[in-house]
Design a protein around this ligand. Structure first.
Ligand SMILES: *Cc1c(COP(=O)(O)O)cnc(C)c1O
Length: 383
């Protein structure tokens, strides 16, 4: 375990949150020379189609400890009719709505909860405005340990119900997600409970990095030209960026990287603002609001890691309007057959902008991240 900012090294076999010196996220490091000798892409190809096929590159030490409901290895779909509609040939969708609990949060939470159990944790807490809470509740239920969920009190009822039905205790708090974060941290301290806030806990990122392995494997060990990612805490984007480096060290891919695109809503766009300012860190976003709950993160602990991936990849960050997100939900769903969530729809809104600006070239390969199911967002479309 190594601090992503100051490089301080920590013992791997213990529970960790942020770096005790600089309060930045820790990253898991592996003996890649050893992994290189143990497995090859051919060995992986023979394994079951879930994210545990990459287990030598994941933090759970004894694979028997995995909590697996079939998460990961979601389809990478060539969206031909959507492509025709927007006049673009190589448009692909990574459809994360096919994960357990209906979103890619399952990837991170299976890893965090499996590893926490392996290290002896007896109870879990999380602050979340939606999908992360559902996923944490599901894996805690599977493991049979108590889950405490801290949600802003105005989150859609579907998200609250999901956690309650899965057996979690839901505590509704005033204010936004940052306040829920404070409450969850206080509670976990007082009740000897492990807080799995994104990036304040090192293994959710490891679960989400498997999206990077999968894209490479599904594209026969190449990478696309552009990845468009709806960004809240940025765990998935930073995770994929880390996965690319690991695969290059293993000799599975070359040095070419996709240009990474951050999409946020105009109602909460701290990373976009920091990117435009060429800043290293992002400022706190006052009064955040967006219909895309997953993007409503006013302050990301891993801001500098997200920005770094954007700068290094010659990527870009753009903000889209909630009205556009809403209309793209219909267009995305009706041309692909995938019931898109607003966060997923935001990638289409961003794509259109970048395509018409000429930032995306006609013969490039582009992946949109459709991060969750639209089913949890019926409150947005009850006309
Ligand atoms: C959490 C979430 C996001 C944002 O993911 P990060 O990796 O934290 O940036 C996007 N879409 C959906 C549906 C989410 O639940």
């Amino acid at each position: 375990m190594e601090c992503s900012f100051c490089g301080k090294v920590y013992e791997p076999g213990k529970l960790h949150n942020l770096c005790s010196d600089c309060s930045k996220p820790l990253l898991a490091r592996y003996d890649l020379e050893m992994v290189r000798k143990t497995i090859t892409p051919n060995v992986i190809a023979s394994r079951k189609p879930n994210l545990w096929r990459y287990h030598e590159l994941l933090p759970v030490q004894d694979i028997q400890n995995k909590l697996c409901m079939g998460e990961g290895f979601t389809p990478l779909i060539h969206a031909e009719s959507l492509g025709r509609k927007v006049d673009f040939q190589y448009l692909f969708i990574k459809d994360e709505s096919q994960n357990p609990t209906g979103s890619f949060k399952a990837r991170g939470l299976t890893m965090a909860v499996s590893r926490a159990l392996e290290l002896g944790v007896k109870a879990l807490s999380i602050p979340s405005a939606g999908n992360a809470a559902g996923a944490m509740s599901a894996y805690a239920a599977m493991a049979g340990i108590p889950a405490h969920v801290f949600m802003p009190k105005d989150v859609p009822r579907t998200f609250i119900k999901e956690c309650q039905i899965l057996g979690a205790e839901v505590i509704l708090v005033e204010g936004r997600i940052s306040n829920a974060g404070k409450k969850s941290a206080e509670f976990s301290q007082a009740h000897n409970c492990f807080d799995v806030s994104t990036l304040k806990e090192p293994y959710r990122l490891e679960g989400k990095k498997t999206m990077g392995f999968e894209i490479a494997e599904q594209m026969e060990w190449t990478l696309p030209d552009v990845i468009i990612y709806p960004t809240g805490g940025g765990t998935g984007l930073v995770g994929m960026w880390k996965a690319f480096d690991e695969m290059e060290t293993l000799g599975w891919i070359g040095s070419k990287r996709p240009r990474m695109v951050v999409v946020q809503s105009q109602g909460c766009a701290p990373i976009v603002k920091a990117f435009l300012d060429k800043a290293k860190f992002a400022d706190f976003w006052q009064d955040p609001f967006t219909i895309a709950e997953g993007l409503c993160v006013p302050s990301a602990v891993g801001d500098f890691l997200i920005l770094n991936a954007l700068y290094e990849s010659n990527g870009i960050a753009i903000a889209v309007d909630d009205m556009d997100i809403r209309s793209c939900m219909y267009e995305f769903s009706q041309t692909t057959g995938i019931y898109a969530c607003p966060e997923g729809a935001a990638t289409l809104a961003a794509f259109k902008q970048l395509h018409s600006d000429g930032w995306i070239k006609p013969d490039e390969i582009v992946i949109l991240f459709q991060t969750g199911s639209g089913l949890k967002y019926t409150h947005l479309t009850n006309d």
